[in-house]
Ligand binder design. Structure first.
Ligand code: FAD
Ligand code: SIN
Length: 549
């Protein structure tokens, strides 16, 4: 086993992780340095695929104001947003946008060099900045990756998987254990502060817009450390992912396409949103998703369609170059063909409960970006608020840590040593021997199917309980808590935990609110409350459930 020590470790290289690394390196002179670890290549992340854009409440936009953006966010969030958090994020949006521009991010501009703004669902006006048309995430990530690589104070480990947080007997976080599959090498990394920037868990569902790395590892790491988790039942299903045959990781057709005028239609071209909401195609995401899902089921089709033929072909091509290319490659001529679409798991509103600067319930453990639940999104995230939250919370955390003691302690207690031993070959050669009898790919697929079928867009007690039993069966065939045989095994272990967190939180919430719709409780309760859970709650809940059965 290798050992090393840093002032700060950042797990994840999406916009939250990379921006935090840069801000930290500018804010403080860290004695033991900053380490960014990431399980794939540096640029691979949900961030990279963000299309629509990033919210900016800009002075140039006379019609916009913090009040208006706050109002839209609160309304979309269905009563569950934290007002102070929403206001803070909104107030700081202009500064962050200009900071990104100073770093070199080129947002699209009009002929007068003014930043172009677009419209997305549930925004009352145009306030979304974009880059390269529909390549906003790619272009921001590219700039941040370059700056991080060039920064001599930031170390990078690619292809390195965070397996376990190191906690001492007082439950203070002291770093992590990582695994590099290519080198087959474990490493114990001590750090004064550990930051989870591991993104969401779209891969827990069969159909998702998220890339393969989004297996919810950060949620599982925090859960195993007994951190408080919040609102895990709120999964956002994006209404319009491109429906291609046999494709489960789905390409997104940005909401901005509807923002520019495209209509949702059935196979015969009948627009149907008027039956569901006065805001039609630009209603909040949960409303549009349920409308599409309902039409699909009513008509027994596996997709609905987006009619973008009213947008001139050359306008579409320059405004959405990647979507245009993807459609063309699949023989869809956007000027006359309808684009087949269906909902897919897209974003995790809940997560590790944090303050705006990323403090979790565990000392010296921080979480930022999609893995964190700051209360900004409530029960349903307003489009393009996520990239903004990633950058603002990363910056706030860097600022907060500039006042913290970032000297890594040299005291290694028995609790830490016990954890290390479980991964150390010298002590524990056989802990993953049984793993070789388990095919993690098959079990992952099984799990994703169960989550899609029973814990998807519409839920009820019966289906949630069926899902829980089925996930428990998978857990019986794979229940390795420590050293696993491969990254796929680790991800399976984590997906099982994430699935249970979602199911049990969904069972606990006996109402319909935002993205969480219970057929057996179709109305919202009068009082909106957060659902917080930790590992002990889940163990107790499962035990009670097993006893009742
Ligand atoms: P990510 O960008 O997901 O990064 C997580 C990182 O953690 C990755 O590098 C991953 O490899 C790493 N990681 C995970 N687990 C481990 C582990 N165990 N060990 C080591 N590394 C690990 N939001 C908007 O605001 N506007 C948009 O237009 C928009 N469009 C989107 C389009 C798509 C297709 C998708 C999928 C999302 C979109 N979103 C959008 C949401 C937004 O992109 C994400 O919420 C945001 O980028 C999350 O950033 P992050 O830094 O928190 O995590
Ligand atoms: C999109 O472009 O539709 C995605 C925007 C988001 O998820 O915020």
């Amino acid at each position: 086993m290798k050992y090393s020590k840093y002032s700060v470790i950042i797990i994840g290289s999406g916009i939250a992780g990379l921006y935090a690394a840069l801000k930290l390196s500018e804010t403080i002179n860290l004695i033991d340095g900053i380490l960014v670890i990431t399980k794939s290549e540096l640029a691979e992340s949900n961030s990279r695929y963000a299309q629509g854009g990033i919210v900016g409440v800009l002075k140039q936009n006379e019609n916009d104001s913090v009040e208006l953006h706050v109002k839209d966010t609160l309304k979309a969030g269905a009563g569950l947003c934290e007002f102070d958090t929403v206001k803070f994020i909104s107030e700081n949006s202009q500064n962050i946008i200009y900071d990104l521009i100073n770093y070199g991010v080129e947002f699209d501009r009009d002929e007068n060099n003014k930043l172009k703004l677009t419209m997305e669902g549930a925004h009352s006006i145009k306030r979304i900045l974009h880059s390269g048309g529909d390549a906003t995430g790619y272009n921001i990530e590219k700039v941040l990756v370059k700056k991080v690589i060039e920064n001599p104070n930031i170390q990078i480990y690619e292809k390195t998987f965070a397996c376990e947080l190191l906690l001492n007997k007082n439950n203070v976080c002291r770093g992590i254990i990582t695994y590099n599959e290519e080198l087959n090498e474990y490493e114990t990394i001590y750090a004064a502060s550990t930051i989870l920037a591991t993104g969401g868990c779209g891969q827990v569902y069969k159909y998702t817009t998220n890339p393969e790395v989004a297996t919810g590892d950060g949620f599982a790491l925090a859960y195993k450390a007994n951190a408080i988790m919040q609102d895990m039942e709120f999964i956002q299903f994006h209404p319009t992912a491109l429906k291609l045959p046999n494709c489960e990781n789905m390409f997104l057709i940005s909401e901005a396409v509807r923002g520019e005028g495209a209509k949702l239609v059935d196979i015969d071209g009948n627009a149907f949103m008027k039956k569901y909401d006065d805001r039609l195609e630009l209603a909040p995401r949960d409303v549009v998703t349920r409308a599409i899902f309902n039409e699909m089921h009513k008509l027994k089709y596996n997709c609905m369609y987006l009619d973008a033929s009213m947008i001139k072909k050359d306008v579409f091509k320059s405004r959405f170059p990647n979507i245009y290319k993807m459609c063309k490659e699949n023989n869809i001529d956007i000027s006359k063909d309808y684009i087949p679409i269906a909902p897919a798991a897209h974003y995790t509103m809940g997560g590790i409960k944090t303050t705006i600067e990323g403090q979790t319930s565990i000392k010296n453990l921080y979480a930022i970006g999609e893995v964190a639940s700051t209360g900004l999104h409530g029960a349903n995230r307003l489009a393009s608020n996520s990239l903004l939250e990633c950058a603002i919370c990363a910056s706030e955390l860097a600022n907060y840590l500039s006042f913290a003691n970032l000297q890594s302690s040299d005291i290694i207690d028995e609790t830490i040593l016990d954890t290390i031993k479980k991964y150390d070959d010298d002590h524990n050669t056989h802990s993953c021997e049984n793993d070789y009898d388990t095919d993690p790919i098959i079990l992952k697929h099984k799990l994703k199917n169960i989550m899609w079928e029973y814990v998807g867009i519409l839920r009820d007690k019966n289906n949630l309980e069926i899902a829980l039993e089925k996930i428990q069966d998978i857990e019986k065939s794979y229940n390795n808590k420590y050293k696993c045989a491969s990254i796929n095994h680790y991800e399976l272990r984590n997906l099982i935990l994430v699935a249970k967190m979602i199911i049990l939180s969904a069972l606990k919430r006996k109402e319909s609110r935002g993205a969480h719709f219970r057929i057996d409780y179709p109305s919202p309760l009068n009082l909106a409350r957060h659902n917080t859970i930790n590992m002990e709650d889940i163990i107790n809940y499962e035990q009670t459930y097993i006893n009742i059965k």
